[in-house]
Design a protein around this ligand. Structure first.
Ligand code: MN
Length: 502
């Protein structure tokens, strides 16, 4: 990522990149947005002394790398116009229409955060979640914007460098991770790393360099060998590639392993991309029959996806000449999801089709839940008090549970059958009397696990939830429904006791 300077970045390159994944995209319209932004920012300079327009252009290029459709690219080009120039949101609405103007308005609102310290931190989190719940595309633009600012931090004062980098590391990267945007998370972290922990950065960079030194030839040979191995075994459409490890994630791994590089097994890492899930497992078997796997290093994130939706098979094997090599095996669709996460719902594949159909409503449930909590907390002091709670909520792991029809319900860890029932519908929650988990009868307070299939049994004549459920439900939604019902029941009971009451 370093060295990707803005000087080689042009509007022609941007249009070419977009046309490659979306042949129907209107290059003229993208160029018109570029010219509009360029004229609006005329005379403004970046801290580097370069014309300002290189910044929105670089942000748009970051969005194009995520294969996002033209309207998001256009909004990216225009993202600083209302904030920094004479042109207004109205001008953008007239020139580029409602959808683009709404995204630019969203990013402008998100940008007006002038707090410092802890207040700024919370305010930032709050605005990010509200924005995400309203239109997650705005958050993609924010990431693209932030990434370019991070990659050009060298020209600004050290104190500001540190603050921006720290904020990126502590807020933006974890959010990118929760949204499953692995590539964006890695780039944000690596760009921030050297400003937040300069010494550690130098140390890890050296370790990574020396660990890979002289191995390139080995890796190249292994890629060809693996490709032949899988193709000869009858797998079609195999793609084998080398994988550079992100420095910050290597650093985190080193910290976990007592800073001992000998315990980091995946300095050499290959990725295998195949056509379908069956081929993933076939490839794993072929690899294992050729090279001996390390004990305890086989991970099946296809059957058991990570809470952020990451899916892949991992294995670490003793390869040629005793080298330890990690393989990640996945389909093309999984790969797109692992790299781009929620952004993949908007992304195009190379044939110009939307890879996964998506709308604003594809935003995960936990985002809405967080946004709701934050909307209710108008009081600043309350923010401060609940900071810890919020942090836990952001990072708290989620589980994915299935309905009998195969719909996926996203719940916090340790959720129960009752949480599941309320997540489907309030009426289902209020009238549930029992449950089946993986086709076996289960108690309503049963704690669910990732991948469970849950069938809720209801009794329509049931008056409402059992107040005792409040003691075990995990989700905010279930808790408030159970309490609400108990309260209204007590209220009507008290009313009934009062003289003249009904
Ligand atoms: Mn910007």
């Amino acid at each position: 990522m370093e060295g990707a300077t803005s000087k080689t970045q042009t509007i022609e390159a941007l249009c070419g990149l977009v046309a490659a994944y979306d042949p129907k995209a209107d290059s003229k319209e993208i160029t018109r947005a570029y010219e509009f932004a360029k004229a609006a920012h005329e005379g403004q300079k970046r801290a580097s002394g370069e014309p300002y327009i290189i910044h929105p252009l670089a942000a748009a290029l970051n969005l194009a790398e995520m294969r996002l459709p033209a309207p998001i690219i256009i909004a990216g080009l225009l993202h600083d116009v209302p904030e920094d120039t004479q042109k207004t949101i109205e001008d953008i609405r007239n020139e580029f229409g409602e959808d683009v103007a709404d995204m630019v308005a969203g990013i402008t609102k998100l940008g007006k955060i002038k707090y410092r310290g802890i207040e700024r931190y919370i305010e930032n989190l709050r605005k990010m979640f509200l924005t995400m719940a309203a239109d997650v595309r705005v958050v993609f633009i924010k990431f693209a914007d932030r990434l370019h600012n991070l990659e050009t931090l060298e020209n600004i004062p050290p104190k500001k460098q540190f603050r921006i980098a720290l904020e990126s590391l502590e807020i933006f990267a974890p959010i990118a991770n929760r949204l499953g945007m692995g590539e964006m998370k890695g780039r944000l972290e690596d760009a921030s790393f050297k400003y937040v922990y300069p010494k550690e950065y130098a140390w890890v960079k050296e370790i990574s360099r020396s660990g890979r030194e002289g191995k390139q030839e080995y890796v190249d040979k292994l890629i060809v060998q693996t490709d032949h191995l899988l193709t000869d075994a009858g797998l079609g459409n195999v793609l084998v590639q080398g994988r550079a490890k992100h420095l910050y994630s290597l650093y985190r791994k080193l910290l976990k392993n007592e800073r001992n590089i000998a315990r980091i097994y995946d300095l050499i890492a290959l990725r295998i991309i195949v056509d379908n899930v069956a081929d993933c497992y076939a490839a794993l078997g072929i690899i294992h029959s050729k090279w001996t796997p390390l004990k305890g290093r086989i991970k099946d994130y296809i059957a058991q996806p990570k809470p952020n939706g990451y899916r892949s098979l991992h294995t670490t094997v003793f390869c040629e000449d005793g080298e330890i090599v990690e393989f990640q095996i996945r389909t093309k669709e999984m790969h797109a999801m692992n790299e781009f996460g929620i952004a993949a719902h908007w992304a195009y594949d190379e044939h110009g089709k939307i890879a996964l159909v998506g709308t604003k409503s594809r935003t995960p449930e936990w985002v809405h839940e967080l946004a709701d909590i934050q909307k209710e907390m108008e009081d600043k002091k309350l923010y401060l008090q609940s900071l810890e709670e919020l942090k836990i909520d952001v990072f708290r792991d989620r589980i994915f549970v299935f309905t009998p029809k195969g719909d996926v319900i996203d719940l916090p860890e340790d959720s129960t059958c009752v949480d599941f029932a309320y997540a489907i519908h309030t009426d289902i929650g209020n009238t549930c009397t029992g449950a089946k988990v993986n086709e076996e009868v289960a108690q309503l307070n049963r704690v669910l696990k990732n991948g469970d299939m849950v069938d809720i049994l209801v009794d329509k004549s049931r008056k409402g939830p059992n107040p005792d459920w409040a003691s075990f439900v995990k989700t905010r939604q279930a808790k408030s429904k159970v309490k609400q019902f108990a309260k209204s029941r007590i209220a009507s009971w008290i009313k009934g006791m009062m003289p003249g009451g009904k």
